[in-house]
Design a protein around this ligand. Structure first.
Ligand SMILES: *Cc1c(COP(=O)(O)O)cnc(C)c1O
Length: 385
């Protein structure tokens, strides 16, 4: 039996603070009321600094993928061309969504764990000059690497090409400057850094993205962002019944985030990532994304001869510490520790301690406690705790 206290240290869903859970547990209110309108307006306003935008942030009832789909079907028409970065499972998903809508999608294949080279984006734009948009992840959760969104935006904003960014493990984890960088669409979901249960998607569009959206007549109904903008901005309500309880929870979580302050939230994520990476290195383990590791999730390669799937299962079933393994060809080879949202830097001690104990039981040899000591040293040196 796992211990009574469990730790959800996966790259989504993540733990939800008790204050947020209590808010969600309150009686449901009707959504066509001044009370709900005030909740909706407040949440949409408080989201803007996390996106780094003054544009409207729209709230959708869906997981993050719904917001990704909304970006595709509102910005492109069947037969149009686009470029997408496939550096992992979520990049691959951009390709699948683009295909589903009949968009001619040109794939930049990136080795797992690596960031895309901005020159590749430039080359693809030269090779496929009819491309109307570039799709990328800010943080590719499946490989735990970050892509250089700011640099890619320098390329796209000089051209008549939209940059669409999946910020699902980036918004609320590290700084996003949508307006300043020139990102045209930024999407996220509720169950990662926003400290909520799954169920909400979010999307913000730039001015030029809204202009493009105005010309597009791709068949869609539920995810019609023009309809949704009119409802949320002008009528202070949603087009259809919103996830009222989650939106109230969202206001609470945004209150917690802004009370901590965004720079402190970003600093905490950096510190947790640094601590876990130090712990892994001290254990003689390598990172999948050593060159550009994500601040919200760390991918540690399982030692030779040790099954990563087993490591993840033992950590969860015997110690109550949930982390995640690798997907596709990294199945059994990768251990992904999530450190996003409602997580204290001290929980990195828990993660690395559980990992140490399991690895040791599976026969991997190292001086006991070196990983934990490395985590503690990083925490002890930090000025912020
Ligand atoms: C989790 C995640 C998604 C998928 O979101 P769902 O909420 O599962 O639909 C997409 N992109 C990235 C980068 C993610 O981390």
């Amino acid at each position: 039996m796992p211990p009574i206290k469990k730790y959800l240290l996966t790259p989504g869903p993540t733990e939800v603070p008790p204050e947020v859970l209590l808010e969600i547990a309150k009686p449901v209110i009707h959504h066509r009321t001044p009370e709900f309108s005030a909740e909706l307006d407040r949440a949409r306003q408080a989201l803007k600094p996390l996106f780094g935008t003054r544009e409207e942030v729209l709230i959708l009832n869906s997981s993050g993928t719904g917001a990704m789909e909304a970006a595709v079907c509102n910005l492109l028409a069947p037969g149009e061309e686009a470029i997408f970065v496939n550096g992992g499972k979520f990049g691959e998903r951009w390709g699948k969504i683009l295909n589903a809508y009949g968009i001619v999608a040109h794939e930049i294949k990136v080795e797992w764990g690596h960031p895309v080279e901005p020159e590749m984006v430039e080359q693809f734009l030269a090779r496929y000059p009819r491309s109307q948009a570039v799709f990328v992840q800010a943080s590719e959760t499946s490989t735990t690497a970050v892509h250089p969104v700011e640099t890619i935006a320098e390329i796209t904003r000089r051209r008549d090409v939209l940059l669409v960014v999946d910020g699902i493990t980036s918004v609320g984890v590290f700084e996003q400057k949508m307006d300043e960088w020139g990102v045209d669409a930024l999407v996220t979901g509720s169950q990662k850094a926003l400290m909520l249960p799954p169920g909400l998607g979010f999307i913000a569009l730039s001015e030029r993205a809204w202009r493009k959206a105005a010309q597009i007549s791709t068949p869609k109904f539920y995810f019609d962002l023009k309809r949704e903008l009119k409802a949320q901005r002008d009528e202070h309500t949603t087009a259809y019944t919103p996830a009222v309880s989650l939106i109230r929870g969202l206001n609470k979580s945004l209150e917690l985030i802004h009370r901590e302050t965004l720079p402190a939230v970003f600093g905490r994520h950096r510190l947790m990532a640094e601590a876990v990476r130090a712990g892994a290195r001290a254990l003689g383990l390598e990172l999948l994304a050593a060159r550009a590791p994500a601040p919200g999730v760390t991918g540690i390669l399982a030692p030779q001869g040790i099954d990563g799937t087993k490591v993840v299962r033992m950590m969860r079933d015997e110690m109550g510490v949930s982390v995640q393994g690798g997907q596709d060809h990294m199945k059994g080879k990768l251990i992904r520790i999530g450190h996003m949202g409602y997580v204290s830097p001290f929980e990195m001690l828990v993660a690395i301690s559980a990992l140490e104990i399991v690895l040791s039981r599976l026969g991997y040899r190292f001086p006991s406690g070196v990983g934990v000591a490395a985590v503690q040293n990083v925490l002890a040196r930090s000025a912020s705790i």
